[in-house]
Design a protein around this ligand. Structure first.
Ligand SMILES: [Zn+2]
Length: 408
């Protein structure tokens, strides 16, 4: 199939006017100007998208679909510990069917806003057999907490991989998500890293999300410290250094991890991020609207950007956001860091998260060999405003292709 559109944005070069993409067996086979490409590829069906811009499907690097029914269910709290207590109370009222419904609703919303790949933190992997194949490419990051339970065995992780055998309709894969340094032990971090290497899984964790988390690790005090101490967490890792350096200096996290949030970083944390091994970069996911909901301190966009950190955007969950929409996230990011160009921003939902998921070359760009995960937006303006028009989009996405198949 050849797709033709007024503009083609490959994220691998400047916008192409009168662009064309040859799709074959779920992958991109060739791209270029329509008039240059078509003489060489006779016999293919041509789908003309008209006055639209064709671009890679968007990638949401951090989401919790389990909580997609909790929009406006928890009022923002000044205290992060208090917020956790409130959401835990709401979650206690939910049963398996509620979570299955929430995940389904979340997928619908992600797709509506042009997301073709999501990194989903999954707290209830036992629900997966009850779900139909996900309607978009999904990495299921198993959320693991060992505050009051034993750490899983290596056999458990090996077993999860068998899940995909016989499920070819499930696009994506598994990853591991030791939840955060305040809920997951060093032993759990080490086990996840070892299993990820052994079984080829991705790794993510929440780090330095709130000022209370930072306070807990720096000074062994504050509401989150007191709450966790009360419920029996061993607190001997508190009182010396920041949340990020507590993990990074002990080798519990590194550039192979996807670090969610990283809101509370000081200059010494940035220094740790400044010298990754050659060819690597730290991966950070920023969730601008969830960040605003919690009123965290300003995200250190410029410093992280200048250090070469690979920054992606995520939505977090609908318990701390009101829409699973990466266009809205780009718009919120632009507000907080107006110097970011629309081209930068579009990379944070395409090229950068693809790299974080270790899928550069396969996702996030329209290049030969990549999966044919594409979206199109109406656009009839000029070449030099195409990035701005995409970032400022406020309409649901009406044309999507996933794995070479038309979705609408
Ligand atoms: Zn999260």
């Amino acid at each position: 199939m050849i797709l033709r559109s007024r503009f083609l944005l490959t994220m691998d070069g400047p916008p192409v006017e009168d662009g064309a993409v040859l799709v074959n067996a779920g992958r991109i086979a060739a791209t270029g100007r329509f008039r240059d490409l078509t003489p060489h590829v006779a016999g293919h069906e041509i789908v003309d998208l008209g006055e639209q811009v064709l671009l890679p499907g968007l990638i949401n690097a951090h989401c919790h679909l389990d909580y997609s029914s909790l929009r406006h269910a928890v009022v923002a709290q000044r205290s992060f510990a208090k917020w956790i207590t409130r959401i835990n109370a709401v979650k206690r009222e939910m049963g398996e069917n509620d979570y299955v419904r929430a995940i389904t609703l979340g997928f619908v919303e992600l797709r509506r806003w042009g997301t073709t790949t999501v990194g989903n933190m999954e707290a209830f992997p036992e629900l997966l057999p009850q779900l139909p194949p996900p309607p978009i490419r999904t990495w299921w990051f198993l959320e693991l907490i060992d505050l009051r339970s034993r750490i899983p065995t290596e056999a458990f992780f090996a077993g999860t991989l068998a899940f995909f055998e016989g499920r070819p309709g499930w696009l994506g894969g598994f990853g591991l998500n030791p939840h955060a340094p305040y809920t997951a032990s060093p032993e759990l971090y080490r086990l996840c890293a070892a299993c990820a290497e052994r079984f080829g899984m991705l790794l993510t964790t929440h780090v330095a999300e709130s000022d209370e988390e930072d306070q807990m690790f720096r000074s062994a005090s504050g509401p989150l410290h007191d709450f966790l101490k009360r419920i029996g967490r061993r607190m001997e890792d508190c009182g010396t250094r920041s949340s990020f350096s507590n993990l990074a200096t002990r080798g519990l996290i590194g550039p192979e991890w996807i670090i969610a949030h990283a809101n509370e970083l000081d200059d010494s944390d940035l220094a740790l991020m400044a010298a990754p091994p050659a060819g690597q970069a730290w991966n950070v996911v920023h969730c601008p609207r969830s960040h605003a909901y919690f009123q965290h301190r300003p995200f250190r966009w410029r410093e992280l950007y200048e250090l070469g950190v690979n920054i992606s955007l995520g939505t977090d969950s609908l318990a701390s956001n009101d829409v699973l929409n990466l266009f809205s996230e780009m718009q919120a990011a632009k507000k907080s860091a107006p110097w970011l160009t629309s081209e930068h921003l579009l990379k944070t939902v395409t090229v950068n998260p693809a790299r974080a998921l270790k899928k550069s070359g396969e996702l996030g760009r329209i290049i030969p060999g990549a999966h044919a995960d594409l979206i199109a937006l109406p656009y009839a303006g000029s070449t030099n405003e195409v990035y701005d028009a995409i970032v400022e989009n406020t309409r649901p996405v009406e044309w999507m292709m996933l794995d070479g198949k038309l979705c609408y």
